[in-house]
Design a protein around this ligand. Structure first.
Ligand SMILES: Cc1cc2nc3c(=O)[nH]c(=O)nc-3n(C[C@H](O)[C@H](O)[C@H](O)COP(=O)(O)OP(=O)(O)OC[C@H]3O[C@@H](n4cnc5c(N)ncnc54)[C@H](O)[C@@H]3O)c2cc1C
Length: 421
């Protein structure tokens, strides 16, 4: 590609597309490189295909769902907030709807509509999208960035090409769900330009119990408590919904504890999840209830065998859970039942890894990026946006909002930067 472009954005995910749009809306000439054939491949599978665009919580609450340094995101958030995001999508023709938990989705509940809205907007504002362009390396003389990429557009051969730019925005995502395009190349490029990349680990990923009973697959538990123990210390307690899948314990609660759990596993600590099946009932009340239920069967306690115990369990849990619960609860008796219901232990062997993680924790160190502009403190003209940064959020629309907020700020700042040259 000939000539020096004003701004090159690498990565056509939500952060890169928003950065490109905001830079182009500010009058800059923008080229976006995307290694896939189409932009927004991960965006298209978000929210189980429905795309939870953002969360309407005020910043004071929103920030508690951002890790590891929520203060870094404050300027980006107030420059392009959750409210601004909704207004913006509405203004470009995407209607939105707010659901339980302050979550916002496209009204159509179709993530592809979000991708289309951004791709259409890029076209309208004149962003030149170069698809099948896999960035390999970047070098700079302090003024111009020379980006070398593989052109993957031909099925028969790969051609290496170069694009030069006055400003560069890296929005290549993290390491999670690599099949969607994010394979960590952005970290390598950032490191080659002198940036520190903090240790990366998967977050919002399933936790696989030791001796996991496959009969639990697809069981969903509502209104349960989940306690995370690391090296036998209670670290986090949550209430809500747990889902058992082939990959392990997940669902909203499993994901909520996964960041700390996975970090602990990576550091070699022991991790245990303890499910309280009756969190709203104090133990003494539950013991009384067990006594009443057992009495209603009119069986002599010593005559309660496995089959009878399973009939009693039916009063306390869904049918599909009875066999695995019984198998895991060694020496279960009517006297220990209440305790076991409130203390169902799952020692964790491992986690599902980046392949199935919703987000990557860790990334380009925030200490080397100016939060008010997203510009590198080390290389002028270099900007970062989205998951490539050492930023991650809980489930609930926080991650996409961070991608949009940091993307919008990086785009605006890069446009101002090139205009001032
Ligand atoms: C299954 C799933 C469901 C999710 N659901 C939600 C949800 O409902 N709400 C929410 O808030 N968050 C959700 N997330 C998280 C959210 O999708 C991410 O946080 C967000 O996509 C990050 O945006 P990004 O633009 O930084 O990175 P990405 O979306 O990963 O985009 C990065 C882009 O850069 C491209 N790229 C990478 N390397 C190169 C290279 N070398 N050259 C050129 N291009 C490159 C990639 O192909 C990709 O298109 C979900 C994630 C997953 C995996």
């Amino acid at each position: 590609m000939e000539g020096v472009r004003q701004i090159v954005v690498v990565g056509g995910g939500p952060a890169g597309m928003m950065a490109a749009i905001k830079a182009a809306e500010s009058g800059a000439e923008v080229v976006l490189l995307e290694k896939n054939h189409l932009c927004g491949r991960k965006l298209a599978i978000t929210g189980k295909g429905r795309c939870n665009i953002t969360n309407t919580k005020p910043w004071s609450e929103f920030m508690t769902h951002v890790h590891p340094k929520n203060n870094f995101v404050k300027s980006a958030f107030f420059n392009f907030s959750n409210e601004a995001t909704i207004e913006y999508f509405n203004s470009i023709g995407l209607e939105t709807v707010e659901t339980q938990g302050d979550r916002v989705f496209p009204k159509s509940m179709n993530a592809f509509d979000v991708v289309d809205a951004l791709v259409d907007r890029m076209r309208q504002v004149g962003v030149k999208v170069v698809a099948d362009a896999d960035l390999l390396a970047v070098c700079t003389d302090g003024n111009i960035f020379k980006c070398t990429f593989n052109d993957l557009s031909s099925p028969r051969f790969i051609r290496t090409d170069v694009v030069m730019a006055k400003a560069l925005i890296i929005a290549t995502g993290g390491l999670s769900y690599p099949a969607t395009g994010s394979n960590g190349r952005g970290y390598e490029v950032a490191a080659s330009l002198g940036h520190t990349v903090t240790d990366c680990f998967p977050s919002l990923a399933a936790l696989l119990p030791r001796n996991y009973d496959s009969r639990l697959y697809d069981v969903e538990l509502r209104n349960v408590g989940l306690n995370l123990f690391v090296d036998h210390d209670l670290i986090q307690s949550e209430m809500g919904e747990v889902t058992f899948t082939e990959d392990g314990i997940e669902g909203p609660l499993g994901f909520r504890v996964s960041r700390k759990a996975i970090h602990a596993l990576e550091n070699g600590s022991s991790v245990e999840l303890v499910i309280d099946l009756k969190p709203a009932v104090p133990i003494n009340e539950l013991k009384e209830r067990v006594k009443r239920e057992v009495a209603s069967f009119k069986w002599e306690v010593p005559m309660i065998n496995e089959a009878r115990m399973k009939k009693i369990l039916r009063r306390f849990m869904p049918a599909e859970m009875i066999d695995p619960f019984y198998a895991m609860s060694k020496n279960l008796t009517v006297n220990t039942l209440a305790d076991r219901l409130k203390d169902w232990r799952f020692p964790i062997a491992k986690h599902a890894g980046f392949r199935r993680a919703v987000v990557t924790a860790g990334g380009v160190s925030l200490d080397e990026v100016i939060s008010k502009t997203m510009q590198s403190r080390l290389d002028k003209g270099l900007f970062f946006a989205g998951e490539v940064l050492d930023l991650d959020g809980d489930t609930g629309g926080y991650n996409l909002q961070m991608a949009f907020s940091t993307g919008a700020l990086a785009g605006l700042s890069a446009a101002k930067y090139v205009a001032a040259l």
